[in-house]
Design a protein. Structure first.
Length: 508
């Protein structure tokens, strides 16, 4: 039975509420900020920064940004550790029992992001609902509720000791699956038991077996890890396209990493499906944006779901954060959030490009620390993703993971960039791929082009073929994370620390 016609009205009505964001976005965001401050007024953080005085100010946002400093995870690590030990009313009222483990901090340690009841109710589940709402509004022929959705989730595996009783730490997806209403089990696969398994040697075949038996119409997850699961399913069914396995598959809601390097491979794997791809900005810290137009790759920033947004101009040193009403179309900003999980003026480390201001639409530009500028070349992650996608499309190669770093001038040789790439489908000639990539990066980045001109300052980039599973082994050795979770392999680094560690593991 197709339940889509029965629920479509609810989802369409939810999508239509965003029509007023173009005109009322500032008022909506001010209301969100006021609500968050009221909720946090009696927390330790709220008392320290006098939320009571901020709430009484005539200009709420001005008082807020003058009184509360920007934070990052290292700033609040000790407060979160106290929350993990069972203390309450620290960053958010009450006791938080759920935490999303995420990698990517400067010290190489994991972050433990609070997932409060309010953040689940106001943000995470609403964000997912918004993604579905806009998809149904954009695709009048959708029958996604005629079958089941497949969600690739993580687990509660972690290396912490001394956790307070009743505290759960793991992948965000594990918490979302664990806490979701039981009614969702009727429209999703696999079962919670399989979805939350921590041993991927057991979980992967169980996941594939459960999915093969279902009529899957939609899938949701991180592109790189879903690729592994889907290839196993195709192998077991001896199929060349997912249309042979799931004839009614129609949409992939993806996020976590850039989809650009994987888009062509997914198109190949879904030939015969009436397939759509919907990008979401869904992080451990919150669900922030979703693609609202199937023909426009930018994402609509969600303004009314428990998150207040600020932006720092990355092109201006020591720039102060600004609100949504001050951003400029075409500029790139670091995003700062205040949210219902107790993150106050929190610097995510993500950069976004403003594609439209009315309503506010963004694309993800990269990470604030993910770039190479060892020789004045200013190579950004967005350049790398686009160039890789183009060259993969031209050569038929498919990558699984990559990381790049500078090789500094020595022994009479000029500096260069070294790319370590783990392939799903390797190119016919890695050296040819490297030359194409080098040429495309010059086309996309004038600074890189200038440094490569006539090979005066920089030699051509080189590629090291990574052995299968290299990045998994590196992540495991660094304690960063487990398969299927919010894994953040550093794409570009301005030093050799990560590259040298990867190369050491690539021997033998």
């Amino acid at each position: 039975m197709d339940f889509t016609p029965l629920v479509r009205h609810h989802f369409i009505r939810r999508a239509l509420r965003t029509c007023r964001w173009a005109s009322d976005g500032l008022d909506i965001q001010t209301g969100v900020l006021r609500s968050l401050l009221k909720k946090g007024i009696d927390t330790e953080f709220g008392r320290r920064y006098r939320f009571d005085l901020i709430l009484s100010a005539s200009d709420l946002y001005q008082a807020f940004r003058q009184s509360v400093p920007c934070t990052d995870y290292e700033t609040i690590r000790q407060m979160v550790n106290r929350m993990l030990a069972g203390e309450k009313n620290i960053l958010w009222p009450g006791r938080c029992r759920w935490y999303a483990q995420s990698s990517g901090t400067s010290g190489g340690k994991s972050k433990y992001i609070p997932v409060t009841d309010d953040s689940l109710r106001l943000n995470h589940y609403r964000g997912a609902e918004d993604a579905v709402s806009h998809y149904l509004a954009a695709n009048s022929e959708s029958r996604m509720f005629a079958g089941k959705g497949m969600i690739l989730g993580g687990s509660f595996a972690n290396e912490l000791s001394g956790l307070a009783s009743g505290v759960y730490v793991g992948d965000l997806s594990a918490t979302l699956i664990k806490r979701i209403t039981p009614l969702a089990d009727f429209v999703r696969v696999p079962s919670k038991k399989i979805a939350l398994m921590s041993d991927w040697e057991e979980k992967l075949p169980a996941l594939a077996e459960a999915a093969i038996k279902a009529d899957v119409t939609n899938i949701s997850g991180v592109p790189s890890w879903f690729l592994t699961v889907l290839k196993l399913i195709l192998e077991r069914k001896k199929a060349t396209s997912l249309a042979e396995v799931w004839p009614h598959l129609e949409v992939f809601f993806h996020g976590g990493i850039s989809f650009a390097p994987y888009r062509e491979e997914y198109r190949r794997m879904t030939q015969g499906c009436r397939m759509h791809f919907v990008e979401t900005y869904n992080a451990s810290e919150g669900f922030f944006a979703t693609q609202s137009d199937l023909d426009d790759l930018s994402m609509l920033l969600i303004l009314d779901s428990g998150v207040f947004y600020e932006f720092i101009d990355v092109a201006v040193p020591h720039s102060i954060p600004i609100g949504i009403g001050e951003v400029v179309q075409g500029k790139t900003y670091e995003m700062v959030i205040t949210a219902a999980n107790g993150l106050w003026r929190y610097r995510l480390g993500d950069t976004v490009r403003i594609e439209n201001t009315s309503p506010l639409k963004i694309t993800i530009a990269g990470r604030t620390k993910s770039f190479i500028n060892a020789f004045g070349e200013e190579l950004m992650e967005c350049n790398a993703e686009e160039a890789l996608a183009d060259v993969c499309r031209d050569t038929g190669a498919v990558l699984r993971n990559y990381s790049a770093a500078p090789v500094f001038a020595a022994d009479g040789h000029r500096g260069r960039h070294e790319w370590i790439i783990e392939w799903e489908t390797p190119p016919a000639d890695t050296r040819d791929f490297a030359m194409r990539l080098d040429r495309r990066l010059q086309e996309l980045n004038s600074d890189y082009q200038a440094k490569r001109a006539h090979t005066i300052f920089l030699d051509p980039l080189t590629i090291v073929d990574a052995k299968p599973g290299l990045f998994d082994r590196w992540l495991a050795s660094s304690g960063s994370h487990k398969l299927g979770g919010q894994r953040k392999v550093p794409r570009l680094s301005n030093n050799r620390h990560i590259a040298d560690a990867l190369l050491a593991l690539n021997i033998g």
